[in-house]
Design a binder for this molecule. Structure first.
Ligand SMILES: [Mg+2]
Length: 231
């Protein structure tokens, strides 16, 4: 669909058969403007620079090439430099989350949404726990699948979606996925999920994408889906 277009109510019937709701965490359940994931990314770049002995623009270019080639910087550092994922993940997620406040609108919207809710993330259970606590939505989720659960094989690897769906007995045809990274919605859409790209409010709108919906107000959108479900 064209980006920036508010879906009509009848289009929300696309969610009528959805029983399971899957969310990315970073820059999806909280806004990129909070700077939390930018802080994680800065620590990832610093870690990669230390391990690879690069600096400045060279370090950024190397980190980007690993992320593009392996899905995450971590995977590249594991494959090319034997980095210990547990140590890496603890380091890069040691960030200040004080910009995140309880999100009452999101908490309410998640409560009204009928069915199970899950988080599928390339972060860790510890990072999910701390972040959801800041947002005061930790009790709204039925399960979390993190990068260790995925054997350190990040989205968009098809095997990771398969392992996640299997773990929680999720039927993709009866599921919807919310993500800020377009490439992580390609496999879910091919599997038959409804796909929703969540963009930052200050982000440039992509021209056109191979996703079902593009939104910038997650709580508002979830409430509209819940209303459509109950009407
Ligand atoms: Mg994300």
């Amino acid at each position: 669909m064209p980006a920036g277009k508010l879906p009509a109510v009848d289009e929300l019937s696309a969610f009528a058969g959805v029983r399971d709701w899957i969310f990315d965490l970073d820059d999806t359940l909280y806004p990129p403007e909070s700077g939390v994931f930018t802080a994680v990314m800065n620590r990832i770049r610093a870690y990669a620079a230390r391990v690879t002995g690069t600096a400045g623009e060279d370090a950024v270019a190397l980190q980007r090439s690993y992320a593009a080639r392996y899905g995450t910087t971590l995977r590249g550092l594991m494959e090319e430099h034997g980095v210990d994922p547990v140590e890496f993940l603890a380091d890069v997620h040691a960030v200040d989350r004080s910009a995140l406040a309880p999100d009452a609108a999101l908490a309410e919207a998640l409560s009204r949404l009928p069915g199970r809710k899950f988080i599928l993330t390339s972060g860790t259970h510890a990072h999910v726990g701390k972040t959801l606590d800041c947002l005061a939505i930790a009790d709204r989720f039925d399960g979390v699948f993190d990068i260790a659960d995925a054997d350190y094989l990040p989205k968009p690897a098809a095997a990771t979606y398969a392992a996640f769906l299997d773990r929680f007995a999720i039927e993709p045809a009866a599921a919807a996925m919310f993500e800020d990274a377009p490439r992580n919605l390609v496999v879910p859409r091919a599997l038959g999920m409804r796909t929703v790209l969540v963009t930052g409010r200050q982000a440039p709108q992509p021209a056109s994408l191979d996703v079902d919906f593009v939104i910038d107000d997650l709580p508002g959108f979830l409430v509209r889906i819940a209303d459509a479900h109950s009407s």
